[in-house]
Ligand binder design. Structure first.
Ligand code: NG1
Length: 393
């Protein structure tokens, strides 16, 4: 039986490390799985993520003198900094970078004086494409704001969090922050940008999603970061060569064959491939939202498959391990499957008919995972019930 980690455990860790004084509050931020719309949020195109029932829980209490001290239940190094200090990033992969990013994001809009004592526990697998980094950044931002008596809303938070994440070095978009804040239980979230608008779209009762790990860590704060950023740069370079300022402008005429022909005659190599991924994925998001609203599971499944093919062949962010997992999921009875998140490892999102998910999991376990070492069913197969974001939990 899966053991759920909860906020009370973070409070225990906090009391154990910093003393059991009163005044402890908690904030829980879920991870998210992106159903469709991959590597397009940073081009300000709409995406369709959903929060998952795994989260980062932070227990905190205001601390005097502007000092922030944080411990993690997973044994990472303790962090201590001043909330008014000049903060520079530490080594890539250091969890303190996300805490510093939260301080800077908060300070970019609000005046804060109090620090916090904080403890973090999590059952969200890291580096899996499930947004553990954005959940950490968002959680510390909310804790700092609340400890300073500031209650911020969705738009205000969205005005600082994506930019805050750039401190860590990834030129990502705002999908993750929107999802971990604003998802509703039972629904996916259509996130549009400039301006940011988040609209829940109910997941039909007959659908179930499964998240399965490829067992390859997608450590985006490490080497993969350059790869990730290069896809964004190539897409933007292609866009400019064709004379557009934004992808929305490029797609304003409806996209389709005419735009594809123009790209094929004007672009080559990386720029062409990235451009074609972005424009085709934008169309798939539109169709996926229509399929979700119409409860057309077969159409949604085909769109997942087509998205995977584009991520593998055009954007080239899949790996043999993720391709094998996606293939195994389809053979195991999934209606559709694709890589989810930043890529270069991480997870697949798998669509199943209600009642068949357990069987799909069992087949993956007996077939695909039996050949691999390091498989742990609790961390690597997640029943992705559509969950609530931090502002709605
Ligand atoms: P994950 O899967 O959390 O690494 C990253 C970006 C998203 C988006 C996806 C790809 C961050 C914080 N997250 O997500 O904005 O671009 O990749 O669709 O940069």
């Amino acid at each position: 039986m899966e053991r759920m980690i909860c906020a009370a455990e973070a409070a225990e860790v906090l009391g154990g490390r910093f003393g059991a004084r009163p005044g402890i509050e908690t904030v829980s931020v879920p991870g998210r799985v992106n159903l469709i719309g991959e590597h397009i949020d940073y081009h300000e195109l709409a995406v369709l993520p959903m929060a998952v029932p795994r989260a980062i829980h932070i227990a905190y209490r205001p601390a005097a003198g502007g000092v922030l001290r944080a411990v993690s239940g997973d044994g990472y190094d303790e962090i201590e900094l001043r909330v008014d200090a000049d903060l520079a990033p530490g080594p890539a992969g250091d969890w303190g970078n996300y805490v510093k990013a939260a301080v800077l994001a908060t300070r970019s809009r609000w005046a804060i004086e109090r620090g916090i004592e904080a403890a973090v526990v999590s059952d969200l697998p890291p580096a899996a494409g499930l947004s553990s980094s954005s959940a950490l950044l968002t959680g510390f931002t909310l804790a700092l704001l609340r400890a300073n008596g500031i209650e911020a809303g969705f738009e205000e938070l969205m005005s600082v969090l994506p930019e805050g994440e750039h401190f860590v070095g990834t030129r990502g978009g705002g999908m993750d922050h929107a999802a971990v804040l604003a998802c509703r239980a039972g629904a996916a979230l259509l996130v549009e940008f400039a301006p940011v608008v988040a609209t829940p779209v109910s997941v039909p009762g007959g659908w179930e999603f499964l998240v399965a790990h490829s067992l390859v860590m997608a450590e985006k704060s490490g080497a993969v970061r350059e790869q990730y950023n290069s896809r964004r740069a190539a897409g933007t370079a292609g866009l400019r060569k064709l004379g557009f300022q934004t992808f929305r402008e490029a797609l304003a005429g409806g996209g389709g064959d005419e735009l594809t022909a123009r790209a094929r005659s004007g672009l080559r190599g990386e720029e062409l491939l990235c451009f074609l991924h972005v424009t085709s994925e934008a169309a798939r998001v539109r169709e996926a939202v229509a399929a979700l609203k119409a409860a057309d599971m077969a159409a949604f499944g085909r769109l997942l498959d087509a998205s995977h093919a584009s991520l593998r062949d055009q954007l080239r962010i899949s790996t043999p391990e993720v391709d094998a997992l996606v293939e195994a999921a389809r053979k195991a009875g999934a209606v559709g499957a694709r890589l989810t998140g930043a890529g270069f490892g991480g997870c697949a999102v798998i669509l199943c008919r209600r009642g068949e998910r357990a069987e799909v999991k069992e087949r993956l376990r007996r077939g695909h995972y039996a050949r691999l070492s390091g498989f742990d069913p609790v961390s690597h197969l997640i029943d992705a019930e559509p969950s609530a974001g931090a502002l709605l939990a």
